[in-house]
Design a binder for this molecule. Structure first.
Ligand SMILES: [Mg+2]
Length: 393
């Protein structure tokens, strides 16, 4: 089997739909309100790989579409700046590990981290999708998983809320669903901690027994001592974890924070490749790594990160806030790792997040998503949504 085509499919909400969300205020950074306006699902980027045997694969990239298209399909340049279409064409898609190394090596001068790894991620997932379809197996079984293939998602709210009623409504939504865990994000955590503490207490009481509560500080604390104080204050409410209290670069701050509280500290949604996660784990001493298969290096790299975490007694709970294509690739990894008790599950109302696939990946009454047993990633694109939002037209 040979790869015959590599493309980046960019989908965008219409200008009218984006306008309806309102203007982003100039002082957004200070208010910490950025997730109140746009949540990253105004655009979806899917990479597709076709083969000469009629099997194709898809993967999601959590990155701006025009950047992805530029790297995937740019005209030939120097050996170490090669577009990945050129790197992959004619290769056997079943040789996923070899192709990961080839992409990483032959794009070395693009930077080896960040954007370049984000794009490699989607291509790696698409290669795994093809491999699963070829062997008629779901991916989790090909990467070390067994059994029925289950993963426990947590419902991820991209904002905590502005009023108590908003929090009560969110908790009601969780209780009426099959989810057994929920994460509240951002404002007022790190912006107005007195208010945040009241909201934490309210959410804990509203969720009741049997539902875990996670908190995401979205990097709002300026130094470790502020974060340590908040972590101490929330200990009585027993959150499952406190995510990203500090800048991703403040590794020594993370180490001080982690050793000062009984709350598990999670971090890493911004990192890429096992090399950055190793630093976060060994120097930052965090309890939970949060790589994303649409971002950190694909299924291949997130499995390496998850295994490395396991070897050091650390948990791996993937970040995920795009469509069900990205969720599907993250779930495969969670189903295959022994140290991945949860996976983030987005709640974006945008059609590009919730309607992009024909399959809706939701937990059953046991709180778990049961991977369908369908080969590959197990999801297919909704052609109507693709045609409606294809960009440019
Ligand atoms: Mg987060």
């Amino acid at each position: 089997m040979k790869i015959t085509k590599v493309e980046a499919l960019v989908l965008r909400l219409t200008d009218e739909e984006v306008k309806k969300m309102g203007e982003v205020p100039a002082n957004l950074e200070r208010t910490g309100d950025y997730m109140f306006y746009r949540d990253g699902n105004e655009e979806a980027v899917i990479v597709r790989i076709e083969t000469d045997e009629g099997i194709d694969g898809i993967g999601e990239v959590d990155m701006a579409g025009n950047v992805v298209q530029g790297i995937v399909n740019s005209p030939p340049q120097a050996t170490w700046f090669r577009a990945w279409e050129e790197v992959l064409l004619g290769e056997n898609p079943l040789e996923v590990g070899y192709l990961w190394e080839k992409m990483y090596r032959e794009s070395g001068m693009y930077g080896r981290r960040g954007i370049i790894t984000n794009i490699l991620s989607g291509l790696d997932c698409a290669l795994w999708d093809i491999t699963g379809k070829y062997y008629k197996q779901p991916v989790y079984k090909l990467i070390g998983g067994g059994g029925a293939g289950t993963a426990t998602p947590y419902m991820s709210f991209n904002r905590f809320g502005k009023t108590e009623q908003e929090i009560i409504d969110k908790c009601d939504r969780v209780k009426k669903s099959n989810f057994r865990a929920a994460k509240f994000h951002n404002h007022p955590i790190g912006i107005d901690d007195k208010k945040a503490l009241k909201f934490v207490e309210l959410a804990r009481n509203q969720l009741g027994d049997g539902i875990e509560m996670m908190l995401d500080a979205a990097n709002h604390y300026h130094d470790a001592k502020e974060a340590i104080k908040f972590a101490h204050d929330i200990e009585p409410y027993n959150p499952y974890f406190l995510e990203a209290p500090l800048s991703a670069d403040n590794l020594d701050g993370y180490a001080r924070l982690s050793s000062s509280t009984t709350v598990k500290i999670a971090a890493g949604e911004e990192q890429t490749t096992r090399f950055m996660y190793e630093e976060l784990m060994k120097r930052g001493k965090v309890d939970i790594l949060q790589p994303d298969t649409t971002w950190a290096g694909g299924i291949t790299e997130v499995m390496r990160i998850g295994r490395m975490a396991y070897d050091h007694g650390v948990l791996c709970i993937p970040h995920c806030y795009k469509s069900y294509v990205g969720l599907a690739s993250n779930l495969q990894v969670v189903a295959a790792l022994p140290n991945a008790p949860f996976c983030e599950c987005p709640t974006s109302p945008q059609p590009l997040a919730k309607d992009l696939t024909n399959e809706k990946l939701q937990p059953e009454s046991d709180g778990k998503i049961h991977l369908s047993g369908k080969p590959g990633l197990g999801v297919t694109l909704n052609r109507d949504i693709v045609e409606k939002y294809r960009y440019p037209k």
